[in-house]
Design a protein around this ligand. Structure first.
Ligand code: GUN
Length: 296
């Protein structure tokens, strides 16, 4: 079998177009413009690239983008004061504090100071609890993007066996909660799981989020399974820099029914879902119906 390639780039472009259409309608019917604030502390090169892309995408869908770049030695008190001022600003519907923060700052305290209704990353402890108990919440962007692609490919997910490899708070755990919410039978596996390959071979849906380049080969994949590769690993091969996932693409694609490539799979969905979350937050803040198909 050769797997169908799930085109995350095209899927993300479609999500952004849907967001842009909703944003235009909000402006036209209610004179409301969703606003997204991004806070970057320090000059980490990867974070700077992310923030630049977020800013450009936010503008492109017609939202207001508020960028706050702070020096690396910003005090915790100053950062908390900025977060509180964004919480109070009615033009700001979504707040994202770029991680990782410099070591002298308490990330948990900063994230938990964001108004949960504006927490477009879904990292606030209230949103984690709401998702875990099946209540309406803000959902972390990458797992939300994976869920959208899975729903699109499968239709209903109920009854499918899902294995999530990786137990991070940002991807693995919320991914498992979302799949459970769609009535999958969910296993969370990780690098210490015994006979990981056998566990993975039980999966109709296999989500790889371990952060180890090309760890899951075709031996880990059930014939016909859907493989979602969340990994983004920079490696060097034949003297060249290369981006690879947590899945060994060639061997897995020979067995799977469908697979996301790296790059061009899950990656582009993260920013698209961030914009979807900012739109959702804006609709909720204004007592308007949520955009259909763009939430969990
Ligand atoms: N750093 C890398 N990805 C992300 C993300 O999705 N959200 C935040 N807040 N920081 C990040």
């Amino acid at each position: 079998m050769t797997a169908k390639v799930i085109d995350g780039k095209a899927f993300a472009a479609n999500v952004r177009a849907q967001v842009a259409a909703h944003v235009a309608k909000l402006k036209e019917t209610h004179n409301i413009q969703p606003g997204l604030a991004v806070v970057l502390v320090g000059e980490d090169p990867a974070s700077q690239v992310y923030v630049r892309n977020k800013h450009a995408s936010t503008i492109e869908v017609g939202m207001a983008s508020f960028e706050h770049r702070l020096p690396v030695d910003t005090s915790e008190a100053d950062l908390l004061a900025l977060v509180k001022s964004l919480n109070a600003d009615p033009k700001v519907h979504g707040i994202l504090v770029q991680l990782p923060l410099p070591a002298h700052l308490n990330s948990e305290l900063i994230i938990n100071t964001i108004d949960p209704a504006k927490d477009v990353d879904g990292f606030h402890i209230s949103n984690v609890g709401l998702l875990g108990t099946g209540q309406k919440s803000m959902v972390p962007c990458t797992p939300l993007g994976c869920l959208m692609m899975l729903r699109d490919h499968h239709g209903k997910l109920a009854g499918l066996n899902a294995v999530v490899v990786g137990r991070s708070n940002i991807v693995g755990k919320p991914m498992a909660q979302l799949l459970l919410g769609d009535s999958c039978t969910v296993t969370i596996a990780h690098s210490r799981t015994k006979d990981l390959a056998a566990v993975c071979r039980g999966a109709d849906i296999l989500v790889a989020a371990v952060g180890r380049p090309e760890m899951l080969t075709g031996d880990y994949v059930k014939p016909g399974a859907t493989v979602i590769d969340v990994g983004i690993n920079r490696i060097e091969r034949d003297g060249k820099a290369k981006l690879v996932g947590d899945v060994h693409y060639e061997s897995a694609a020979a067995v799977a029914g469908a697979i996301t490539p790296v790059p061009g799979g899950v990656g582009p969905m993260t920013i698209a879902c961030l914009l979807a979350n900012a739109l959702t937050a804006c609709c909720r803040a204004n007592g308007l119906p949520e955009p259909e198909g763009l939430t969990a």
